[in-house]
Design a binder for this molecule. Structure first.
Ligand code: NDP
Length: 286
């Protein structure tokens, strides 16, 4: 039997509609939510991500602006720009596209963004808030995964959730969000002994390793829900996830594809966090 596809594109259309309605309610009160995106250098993947984020803002009718900076910009200049955007009334959310060039201290940059404009949720305060269950801005990718699971009516409480990958932007916050929903969570890393032993226990398996198609059918329990966060461009130009889609879809009960899975949801949740920031700044809570 083949798994049901969790269609991130279709879900993101529905979820964006909800956030457009919330943005429209603000606009009716002359409040236009605004996002500033900072990109440093010419990384083509980063440029593509930024243009997709801006497109999504346009679709929902938000103000957005891109600050496209040269690779050799100094940390001081970048900090100065963030200070200005922190004070800018028309900007509710600030996002710095990662990775940054080596001469810039990424942590210092992220800590400079005002926490109430930190729509990526990477500020230490927001990381701590997530940890204690008082989430302010959930990081967009795990937030998107949670919405997909919710939309697909996947039960979470009491389920074994296994996450492969422990990055600060995906694996760790994913674990916290699943834990908040009462899943029993396991995190696996490159150092995990006998990965299969863990992944085979998963009712919900989330994979975010950046290793093309590393999760095979043998890693997956019959009937599991499989979420593939990975985005990998192969030498032949194909875009694949971290999960071997064809074989795993014969074992899983539901699975996200790549492309068209988690990617569109990540962008949608950035829109959501920006609208949420504008609601908070203007005191118009839903
Ligand atoms: P990182 O490189 O920061 O982290 C990868 C993690 O995977 C690490 O914790 C690493 O373990 C673990 N890992 C690597 N190899 C193995 C292995 N063989 N077995 C178990 N664990 C392993 O990546 P990101 O989290 O930033 O991204 C992961 C993937 O998700 C990438 O393909 C990226 O492009 C994609 N991505 C997609 C997004 C979307 O919107 N769809 C958004 C963000 C990322 P260790 O810590 O021990 O090194």
């Amino acid at each position: 039997m083949s798994a049901v596809i969790i269609d991130g594109k279709a879900i993101s259309v529905a979820v964006r509609k909800e956030w457009k309605e919330r943005a429209d309610r603000l606009k009716a009160k002359n409040i236009l939510p605004g996002l500033a995106v900072i990109i440093v250098g010419d990384n083509p993947a980063s440029k593509l991500y930024v243009s997709n984020k801006i497109k999504a803002c346009h679709e929902v009718g938000l103000h957005s602006e891109v600050h496209d900076l040269p690779e050799d910009i100094s940390e001081k200049m970048l900090l100065k720009l963030i200070d200005q955007l922190n004070e800018e009334k028309k900007i509710n959310g600030i996002l710095v596209q990662l990775p940054l060039p080596k001469h810039i201290d990424e942590n210092r940059i992220l800590e400079t963004i005002k926490m109430d404009k930190d729509v990526d949720g990477f500020h230490l305060y927001n990381v701590g808030a997530l940890m204690t269950g008082n989430t302010v801005f959930p990081p967009c990718t795990p937030f998107g995964v949670m919405r997909m699971l919710e939309y697909s009516k996947v039960p979470i409480a009491g389920q074994n959730a296994v996450i492969v990958g422990r990055s600060n932007i995906v694996g760790k916050p994913m674990a916290m969000l699943l834990l908040q929903k009462d899943a029993t969570v396991t995190i696996c890393t490159s150092k995990t002994k006998d990965l299969i032993q863990h992944t085979k226990q998963a009712d919900i398996l989330v994979v975010a390793t950046g290793r093309p198609e590393m999760i095979k059918a043998e890693h997956v329990k019959q009937g599991a829900i499989v979420v593939d966060v990975g985005i990998n461009r192969l030498d032949d130009g194909r875009l694949v996830g971290d999960v071997a889609f064809e074989e795993v879809s014969k074992v899983a009960s539901q699975i996200t594809p790549v492309p068209g899975g988690v990617g569109p949801m990540t962008i949608t949740m950035l829109v959501a966090n920006t609208v949420m920031a504008a609601e908070r700044h203007s005191g118009n809570l839903p």
